[in-house]
Design a protein around this ligand. Sequence first.
Ligand code: ATP
Ligand code: MG
Length: 305
Amino acid sequence: MAHTLKVLAKLARRYRVDQGARFRLSTHDPAEVHLSGGKSEAKKLLEDGRERVRDLQERLYAQDRWSVLMVLQAMDAAGKDSTIEHVMSGVNPQGCQVVSFKQPSQEELDHDFLWRCARALPERGRIGIFNRSHYEELLVVRVHPELLQRQTLPKTLVTPKIWEQRAGDIANWESYLARNGTAIAKIFLHVSRDEQRKRFQARLDEPEKNWKFHVSDVAERAHWDAYQQAYQDAIRRTAAPHAPWYVVPADTKWFTRLVVMAALIQTLESLELQFPKIAGERKQELVRAGELLAAEKRKPRKGAR
Ligand code: ATP
Ligand code: MG
């Protein structure tokens, strides 16, 4: 286990971006695989990692002080869903929640853009996963101005500065959450355009994958460069030590999962989670309860079988 944790900590460090100013997406290779033992080593690391996440999550729940928010952002077919499935399998479902953000409803559009996200935040003691998130406001809404129009904001507030302002609002909101005990990790699954094409093609070719295919996803590829630019800008403006981004190579699925697992473990480890220490009067109570149970065992109740 110690070896696994060392390798995972190194991976988490490698892909972590906690200062945005000089961030450039072009220096990150979506096809990178940085593991000497390849897929077979990854399998073992993932197994160990699951055990570690399970243990840390139990402490998080018992301690009931911190919450963890993992934001997952990606282009279509980068593997968000399967990553969640692989990284979170083994975690007690009671301590974890996944929320998917789709196109906002009319009720959501009638509020400020963070409203629906604030309502979906994890409670203390839990891990919350945002499958897409408030970042869509700097991504799809930026790439498609008609979506901003649907938000029916007062005209005077919609200026060319709106993206910079929204990024600032998001950064401030995340600082606020961090100061209230939410540990934040933001994941960008960085897939290449060519790999996305291959995955879409597979969805067409394999009947069991047809259901995943949306014609509109292909049309969205025309905006590829605008999305990449928007991601770079969003990461630049919102990466911070208390709310880092992890820019995860996403062309090789088994490697993607491993790095996301590494980021989650890194986030949990940073909280120094401990089971609550029982002492004083409460400890006495436990001793007395133990004595009662022992007495019952020695002298079963009348009539009990
Ligand atoms: P998958 O395609 O793997 O099922 P998905 O996350 O792409 O998962 P979809 O139902 O295909 O889910 O798409 C949800 C859509 O909602 C995405 O195109 C996303 O950009 C859009 N969306 C999310 N948040 C917002 C928002 N705030 N404003 C406008 N569109 C949004
Ligand atoms: Mg989709």
